[in-house]
Design a protein around this ligand. Structure first.
Ligand code: DGJ
Length: 731
């Protein structure tokens, strides 16, 4: 472990390091933890770069017998800052003490280093499979007057450019209750400099578009107040050097392993230092910490790259694919599916679905997914959520009868559910009108005519777990799509007293995780796909339970280019799904070729979402060819390295196998013009010394040629064209 984490008792410096990164901090005056460095690995730290003290006007000093005017919490880069004592920058923690004061200062008490990575109780987190993969430093800090303690967790992996951080608060048993008003997962202080901040804002059907901004003076926040990760703002940001791009420059990624309200806040201070604080959104959050109680924050994953965004993404991809996603499907190729949503919406019955299953079988598709509308009497979105019992009008012989038909055709059978929701027109609501989130005396706001179940309550969770178990126990369901089609409002739980209503949103997320843990453990053979009206809950926390998630309700191939590009910043392509849908597209009205739709969808976990019985003969041939082709390249796409090459009017991305013997290049051209430029695409990540054969043309290129000289793109005569190149090394 000493090779990963060192503590120098003389200089009081902690140094976490592997071959790729170093993270360094020190115990400063009064036991305050001062942050020193996060970045490219340094083999040895000799202690020269310490806090350069300076007496500054209006700076508060430590309240000691002989205050040192050059030492101020307001300018010291730190590991953990709180409100109330002369650090006027954004805090990581705000604590309302028993006497009502908002003051605390955490100082070093002790530390220990443990092999591996401890689990976080009740929360998703990156894990290790053997203790040798990582080491964890746990620094205990204490707020001396209140004796409140916090354990700061820092895990460093042996071969990944990642530091995982979280905090656990502990209130001693003999102390009065305090209230956490903010409890971030991480604070990261950056030295004075010129930074850019990248984020992934969006909207429903338009998620995760890369935004780049200058970090200016003041405070900028990237947050969700919607009770869930949201389409509107993903819970990842990166700070970068001004000129960082896909292949060059310093990049610091900060990703929260959490699916509730989040806030990632950036402040540039008066002397150009930048602080990032990330964690549960303090807006609307409070947590009563009674004597003897603990509070564990979600985890944050810090990634450093000195080679631009692609290297950062690859670190996240490999970590999420190998040490966040769990279960049988983690290392398995995912089935090609057809989903009936855009084919039928609510208008179906068994007789109408069977021909789609027959067509899927002929085309080589591997799974049929029955989407919304199979239960209760749900012929539109006004009804039946909460009653997970088959609609006997649509399936007169029961759901198993239809699933058996699907299985007999050689396909797997998948089913859509939306377990967190309730319709007022449901037996569940009629029996338990108190199960939903609603403030007493106020009518809760409907959204898509539906309401949110109070998953912070154990009895509500037990009801839903029971209904889903009744379905899954029958053993004919191979896949579940777990949808969630509204955000959380009217936050109030009947299970909590007035003073603890600020806990409801986080308790909801913990309740959701408990439910997912129970079901995914109980049904390990089921493939679980996350969904929230498309990509409203694509986050690293959800990936812990759901090996894949539906990326967006927008299935238009051209819109998907930007959405999938942004999504790939953090999430590996085998965790998000993409379907070929009908043209003109149902969301945008745009017409694109089957080839373009196919190449975009093949760049992730592949499937179809259209009425296969309506394909022409030519289209059937093309789809059968796409399905066959995807099966050949599936392992490369789902387990290879993904590299973004271009975005804008031309998109290009590629996949390379770990041994660099195989590569796939996808290029996309959006709008054509009368005098197009001769456009060259340069590949990356190949072995320059290897020869690669284009499997379609049998032309052989050197890896160096493909990367340094590149390939001319064919001149286009229309909009929205695409090319797919498949290379195999021949020596
Ligand atoms: C939203 C999902 O994203 C869609 O794919 C579909 O399942 C609908 N919900 C069904 O209501």
């Amino acid at each position: 472990m000493a090779d990963l984490i060192a503590f120098d008792a003389k200089t009081q410096v902690f140094h976490l390091h592997n071959q790729q990164i170093s993270y360094i901090f020190a115990i400063e005056d009064g036991g305050v933890l001062g942050h020193l460095y996060f970045g490219q690995a340094v083999a040895g730290y000799h202690g020269e770069r310490r806090y350069p003290r300076k007496d500054r006007g209006f700076a508060g000093n430590l309240p000691v017998a002989e205050p040192e005017r050059g030492f101020s919490l307001d300018t010291l880069p730190q590991e953990i800052s709180s409100r109330g004592e002369a650090d006027f920058r954004i805090p990581a923690f705000v604590i309302r003490q028993a006497d009502g004061a908002q003051a605390s200062r955490f100082v070093y008490a002790s530390h220990r280093i443990v092999p591996g990575k401890p689990k976080l109780p009740g929360l998703p987190a990156a894990y290790v499979e053997s203790p040798d993969e990582a080491a964890t430093l746990i620094v205990t800090v204490v707020d001396q007057p209140s004796r409140l303690q916090a354990d700061l967790y820092y895990t460093i992996y042996r071969d990944r450019a990642v530091i995982a951080r979280s905090v656990c608060f502990r209130n001693p048993a003999d102390q009065p209750a305090v209230t956490l008003e903010q409890a971030a997962s991480v604070q990261l202080d950056f030295p004075a400099g010129d930074y850019r901040v990248l984020s992934l804002p969006g909207a429903h059907a338009n998620e995760r578009h890369l935004q780049k901004e200058v970090v200016g003076y003041g405070i900028k926040q990237f947050a969700s107040t919607r009770g869930t990760t949201s389409h509107q703002m993903n819970n990842f940001i990166a700070l970068t050097a001004p000129d960082a791009d896909e292949f060059h420059g310093d990049v610091y990624g900060i990703d929260l392993v959490y699916s509730g309200n989040h806030a990632l806040t950036v402040e540039k201070d008066q002397i150009d230092q930048v602080r990032v604080v990330a964690g549960i959104n303090p807006a609307g959050f409070t947590w009563e910490l009674a004597g003897g109680a603990e509070f564990q924050t979600p985890e944050a994953l810090l990634v450093y790259s000195h080679q631009g965004l692609n290297a950062m993404s690859q670190t996240y991809h490999r970590l999420i694919r190998e040490r966040v996603v769990r279960g049988r499907y983690r290392d398995q190729e995912r089935p090609i599916l057809v989903n009936n949503w855009e084919a039928t919406y609510f208008d179906f019955n068994e007789a109408k679905l069977r021909p789609i299953v027959d067509a899927a079988k002929k085309l080589g598709i591997e799974m049929f997914v029955l989407d919304d509308g199979w239960f209760g009497h749900r012929d539109d979105d006004t009804t039946s959520l909460g009653d997970w019992v088959v609609d006997s009008h649509k399936f007169p012989l029961g759901l198993k009868h239809f699933a058996d038909y699907v299985h007999n055709q050689g396909l797997k059978f998948g089913l859509w559910v939306e377990p967190e929701m309730i319709s007022k027109d449901s037996d569940l609501y009629r029996t338990h009108p108190d199960y939903l989130l609603a403030v007493p005396g106020r009518a809760p706001s409907p959204s898509r005519f539906q309401y949110v179940l109070d998953l912070s309550r154990e009895d509500v969770r037990a009801n839903i777990a029971g209904q889903l178990s009744d379905l899954l126990d029958q053993g004919y369901i191979d896949y579940i799509k777990w949808d969630m089609n509204r955000h959380l409002s009217d936050i109030y739980s009947h299970a909590l007293p007035a003073a603890r209503q600020g806990e409801v949103l986080h308790r909801y997320t913990l309740g959701l995780y408990a439910l997912l843990e129970e079901l995914t453990t109980k049904y390990p053979d089921v493939l679980w796909e996350g969904c929230s009206g498309g990509g409203g809950r694509i986050d690293t926390g959800f990936a812990y339970y759901m090996p894949q998630s539906w990326t967006s309700d927008n299935t238009d191939a051209i819109s998907r280019l930007g959405i999938q590009y942004g999504t790939s910043l953090v999430y590996p392509p085998n965790t998000f799904t993409a379907h070929v849908s009908v043209s003109p597209n149902e969301q945008t009205g745009r017409s694109t070729s089957l080839t373009t739709r196919g190449n975009v969808a093949m760049s992730a976990v592949f499937g179809y979402e259209l009425d296969l019985t309506k394909l022409t003969k030519t289209e059937q041939k093309q789809v059968a060819a796409q399905v066959a082709a995807y099966k050949q390249i599936r392992s490369l796409i789902q387990f290879g390295h993904f590299l973004r090459l271009e975005s804008g009017n031309d998109y290009a991305w590629m996949f390379v196998s770990a041994d660099q013997n195989e590569a796939l290049l996808f290029t996309f051209h959006l709008l054509n013009n009368g005098q197009p430029a001769f456009h060259i695409v340069k590949m990356a990540g190949l072995d320059p010394a290897k020869q690669y054969e284009d499997t379609a043309t049998h032309t052989v290129y050197g890896g160096d040629e493909l990367m340094h000289m590149g390939l001319y793109q064919p001149l286009q005569r229309q909009d929205f064209t695409t090319h797919q190149y498949h290379f195999k090394a021949i020596n």
